[in-house]
Design a protein around this ligand. Structure first.
Ligand SMILES: [Mn+2]
Length: 290
C-alpha cells in the first residue's frame, strides 16, 4: 500500500512563488498548510478558528503562523550529547518524537549515514530537532554507523537504516540525510509525497545552485513505497561518489518525477571538512550501473 498523496507540499511550494509579490497571501497559505498539518479535536479547531480571526484583524501579525518562519540560520555551535539530551527533553527514548497537541500527518524517519563525524552529528541533531518539531512531524532520527576497515558506503548504510527501521516501526516516509548538511529554511518540509523529492537543491558549497540537473545527493525524501519500488539504493558504491546518480537513475527508470522546491527553500549550509580517510574517490563509479 502506497503512501497517500497529501498534496500539502504542493500548496507550500506554490506559496513560494507568491512570496516575492504578496507576503500576506503566502502567510495565509502557510497557515492553511499547517491547519492541514495536524488532526485536531473540535476544541482545538475552534481555538484555531479564533486565532485565524485574530490574524485577519491584525495586519502586523502575519508571521509566524504556528512555528515555521522560512529562512533560518544554522547553529554551528557544537554541544555535547548530554547538553543535547537536556535541551530536547521532549524526545522519547531512541530520539523519537510526536507532537502532543495533535496527531501528526507525517511519520518520518531520518536516516543518517555516519562514520567518524561526531561533531557534525551533534551539530546536525541540534539543528534538526527544532526544525522537525516546528513542522509538527512524528519522527525518529536513525544514525547508521559504518565500522572501520573498508571504504565508506553511504548508500548501503542508508539501505540498512531503511530495513532496520521498517522492521521496528511504521514510518512511511524516509529522509536520507548527509551528516554535514544543515537546513537553512524551515519551509523545506521533511515529509514525503507521491514523488521522490530532492531536498538539498541549493547548497552553499555549490554556490546555492543546483550543481547539475540530475543531482540527487545530500538530502532526499522517499516514501516507503518509492524506496521499495526501486529496490532500495545500490550497495556497490564504496568510496566517494556515484551512488546518488545511480539512485536518480533508479527513480526515473520507475517513471517517478523528481520534485524539488525552489532554491530559496531547499537550501543547505554544509559543515566544511577534508575528505575523510576511508572515503577515497570511488574509481569504479563511471562503470557501475544498477
Ligand atoms: Mn560532505
Amino acid at each position: 500500500m502506497c503512501l497517500s498523496t497529501l498534496r500539502i507540499e504542493e500548496i507550500l511550494c506554490f506559496t513560494l512563488s507568491l512570496l516575492r509579490s504578496n507576503v500576506f497571501a503566502v502567510a495565509k497559505l502557510v497557515a492553511h498548510k499547517y491547519t492541514l498539518g495536524c488532526v485536531v479535536g473540535e476544541r482545538e479547531r475552534e481555538r484555531e478558528r479564533e486565532r485565524e480571526r485574530e490574524r485577519e484583524r491584525s495586519i502586523y501579525h502575519v508571521f509566524p503562523f504556528h512555528f515555521v518562519v522560512g529562512r533560518i540560520t544554522p547553529n554551528l555551535q557544537s554541544q555535547t550529547f548530554e547538553e543535547l539530551g537536556s535541551k530536547f527533553q521532549n524526545l522519547k527514548p531512541g530520539g523519537l518524537y510526536s507532537p502532543n497537541q495533535c496527531v501528526a500527518r507525517h511519520k518520518v524517519a531520518i536516516i543518517i549515514a555516519y562514520r567518524n563525524r561526531e561533531e557534525h552529528l551533534r551539530i546536525l541533531l541540534n539543528n534538526l530537532n527544532p526544525l522537525l518539531q516546528k513542522q509538527e512531524l512524528e519522527y525518529g532520527i536513525f544514525v547508521v554507523e559504518q565500522e572501520e576497515g573498508c571504504r565508506f558506503n553511504r548508500a548501503m548504510l542508508m539501505n540498512i537504516g531503511f530495513k532496520e527501521v521498517i522492521s521496528m516501526y511504521d514510518y512511511e516516509c524516509f529522509i536520507f540525510h548527509d551528516v554535514d548538511h544543515l537546513p537553512e529554511n524551515d519551509f523545506n518540509m521533511y515529509s514525503c509525497t507521491g514523488n521522490p523529492r530532492h531536498m538539498a537543491v541549493a547548497v552553499d558549497k555549490f554556490g546555492y545552485n543546483l550543481i547539475y540537473g540530475s543531482y540527487f545527493g545530500g538530502v532526499s525524501a522517499l516514501s516507503k513505497c518509492q524506496m521499495e519500488a526501486i529496490n532500495g539504493f545500490p550497495n556497490r558504491y564504496f568510496g566517494w561518489g556515484g551512488e546518488d546518480d545511480d539512485i536518480y537513475t533508479r527513480l526515473v527508470t520507475k517513471q517517478y518525477k523528481i520534485v524539488r522546491y525552489a532554491l530559496d527553500i531547499a537550501r543547505y549550509k554544509t559543515i566544511r571538512h577534508q575528505r575523510d580517510k576511508g572515503n577515497e574517490d570511488n574509481g569504479d563509479r563511471s562503470i557501475l550501473n544498477f
